[in-house]
Design a protein around this ligand. Sequence first.
Ligand code: ATP
Ligand code: MG
Ligand code: MG
Length: 546
Amino acid sequence: SAEEHQDFVRRIVADDVAAGKCPDGVATRFPPEPNGYLHLGHAKSICLNFGIAEEFGGRCNLRFDDTNPEKEDEEYVESIRQDIRWLGFEWDRECFASDYFEQLFEWGLALIDKGHAYVCELNGEEIRRTRGTLTEPGEASPYRDRPAAESRDLFQRMRAGEFPDGSRVLRAKIDMAHPNLNLRDPVLYRIRRAHHHRTGDAWPIYPTYDYTHGQSDSIEKITHSVCTLEFENHRPLYDWFIEKLEIFPSRQYEFARLNLEYTLMSKRRLIQLVTEGHVRGWDDPRLPTLRGIRRRGVPAEAIRNFCRTIGVTKFDSVTDYALFEHCVRDVMNRDCSRAMAVLDPIPVTITNFGEDEELEVEAVNNPEKPEAGARKVPFSNRIFIERSDFMENPPKKFFRLSPGSEVRLRYAYVLRCDGVEKDEAGNIVGLTASVDRDTLGKQPEGRKVKGVIHWVSQQHAIPAEVRLYDRLYSVPNPGAERDPVEDLNPESLKIIEGYLEPSLGEIPNGESVQFERTGYFARDPDSSPDRPVFNRTVTLKDSWGK
Ligand code: ATP
Ligand code: MG
Ligand code: MG
């Protein structure tokens, strides 16, 4: 029920609504900085913010937190829009913190006039040095008590571009001995002649994150501003601005960020992987970027289910990778059509089936979904089976193929292995076999055949490039012991040649299927009409909860 799924943030929202604290409705926002592509961690925040708005009949804004012009770009803005829509959400208003620059500047003047801010001429290094430590109070800036009128004049001249970069800052005047270092006269504005992707060269000064974030929330009348735990000790500052400026009282709440085993999600790390060429690009299917995950074939619904399953708490933890895969399989098992593909073939010649004989067997598309119907699969006297489905000297209870034994070919006949062909080095290069003609779609008389294997007809098969992905890092906590680049899994991508049943030649790029007994695969945009490329999204074997 809805109650059951209620986490501490949703309980706060529900209580506020019940207490009449949100007369204009619940309002949330998702505030990405347009300096990179969204990743699975962002999906947690997206599901939370948009989810709350949906559940409480409120609204959720998409706000680009674009106050760091050097690292930001329009390319990221567009990709963020696309990724949120792909995840299945639509925002109420699209906002940019940079649209508030004028208002934020006015509020800077207001703080100066009220005696709550001053222009300081110490440089960055001096400010850091005089800030004190957890055990030592900070030292007041010599500019702290300059008259408000002087600060007002200087702040306006900073904006007019009269001073060189880094020569002055605007600081809040709070308490240089405050136990929370964020309240020791934090910097609100810096002089930085940087070209901004939206405001161009209009501003030689830029506001800091802390000064911008809460006021942007307030301008948009955000009722619940949820962010990750590392901002918990910024909250007193968030509240201080709202109180001193006497503006709409948005409230901040913090939750634990998503950490996933075998995965690093910080943008800095992702950028490094892309620029150093450890992966093929932002949408490399091994990356936790939403683009990479999507290209790999993971359905958006699986990500939403995953985010619901992990829930929202106030305690940092690391989520089991198997849980993510479990959520992926769950949706793909329900939705994906089945088809046969042999990824590591042994050729089998069926001696009692005619060279020119034609047969198409009927195969069910999805046992979970009867409306998906059935298809025809061509059979012939030469097929491929999976190398792992044959053993020359099998142990007991090996129910697949071995010399003299029988196995069922899925949707077709019972097959008996009559002979093994080897090359000079002793490698198995083919099998000869025969089928029992009385077993098409039925059990043989008088004996039980336990195993069922998949196959494709050699002359009808479509050769394809198949990309088998494994975890990008080989350790659960990459970077814990050394440079995370050294923890990269050298086997994270293996490219093989596979043979597909003909129906797989017709599916569009981006679509996913289950290769029976092997895994879920998505057709990659690198496919060409005569050469499909498939990405393995996930194998079939579920280890979650085991
Ligand atoms: P990164 O550390 O990857 O650079 P960020 O927090 O700097 O991420 P933003 O673009 O500022 O990236 O993030 C937008 C929103 O997404 C923020 O509210 C942030 O708290 C949230 N977010 C980012 N990473 C995670 C995560 N791993 N789990 C949950 N929320 C996250
Ligand atoms: Mg950020
Ligand atoms: Mg960051």
